[in-house]
Design a binder for this molecule. Structure first.
Ligand code: ZN
Length: 294
């Protein structure tokens, strides 16, 4: 038997395995460990507290970052957003109205400048990009382009379509040079006099036929009026880029009497626009057709 007494501790692991001295040591060790843990815990707590304090100080120093001002600024933002939202419709309406009126003004200005945009290139007058040959605007004597290929191709296409409808269209007079026009005009003057001739035949340099963009279809005479071909031409020529150039009741505008056989090539888009306007080309382009001498 030894004097080593066995103490039973609550610790199941150590139950009946250690002497009193050993238990004292273990208890001391546990106490030290607890103290160390406690000290570590305090240090950690202090550090956390310090960090929080630093953050608090920082927030206190920065007014923008303070909770209240942030809330206020949020409110302000909300208020301003609300005011913007409530103000938006009227502003938008005003803006839209202003934009619309500005657009209209711009369009009007554009139309005006469009109507008056006249360019003279190599002696040839273009209004809005459209070649013009009438009593006011002449072509140079040496302007000799021949029949415009696009106009000719458009005519062929149109003639084919007419043929399908049982009608025969042909060009009885297409391109005419300055000199051909001189001979023609002079011959008319010799027969009918200047005044009467000026109603149906252009003076040299003033004929659309010299531009290569105009052509007389089938019969350049009043007898053509009312024929199925004339009716077909009037109805369909615009689909191929042509207009009846000298319309009924437009002599005061075009300077020439009604010629249902005389068509002018403008291209489909422009021809359709002119046709839709119901205006003579002079009216559409805001120009006149009067000889300077008259
Ligand atoms: Zn003609």
């Amino acid at each position: 038997m030894t004097d080593k007494k066995i103490y039973i501790t609550p610790d199941n692991e150590n139950k009946g395995r250690y002497s009193r001295q050993e238990l004292v040591l273990i208890t001391k060790f546990k106490a030290i460990a607890c103290m160390i843990l406690f000290a570590v815990a305090i240090v950690v707590c202090l550090k956390v507290a310090r960090n929080l304090n630093v953050q608090g100080e920082a927030t206190a120093k920065s007014p923008e970052a303070q909770p209240e001002p942030v809330y206020k600024s949020t409110q302000v933002t909300k208020e301003s957003t609300a005011s913007v939202t409530t103000a938006k419709p009227s502003n938008e309406k005003e803006d839209e109205a202003a934009i619309a009126s500005k657009k209209k003004e711009a369009e009007k200005k554009q139309e005006k400048t469009k109507k008056h945009k006249t360019e003279v290139i190599d002696g040839i007058t273009y209004v809005d990009g459209i070649l013009v040959a009438n009593k006011t605007y002449s072509l140079p004597a040496d302007y000799d382009p021949g029949l415009d290929p696009k106009a000719e191709a458009a005519f062929k296409k149109m003639a084919k379509a007419a043929e399908k409808d049982g009608l025969y269209l042909f060009i009885c007079s297409g391109y005419r040079s300055y000199y051909t026009q001189t001979e023609l005009y002079n011959s008319y003057v010799w027969s009918y006099g200047v005044k009467a001739t000026d109603r149906f035949s252009a003076r040299p340099g003033h004929s659309e036929h010299q531009s290569g963009l105009a052509m007389d279809i089938n019969l350049a005479a009043d007898a053509f009026d009312g024929t199925p071909e004339a009716k077909w031409l009037a109805k369909h020529c615009v689909e191929y880029g042509f207009i009846i150039r000298y319309k009924k009741d437009k002599e005061s505008v075009t300077g020439f009497k009604y010629e249902p056989w005389h068509i002018r090539y403008l291209g489909v888009e422009t021809a359709k626009k002119v046709e839709a306007s119901g205006l003579a080309l002079e009216e559409y382009l805001g120009i006149d057709s009067v000889y300077k001498e008259d």
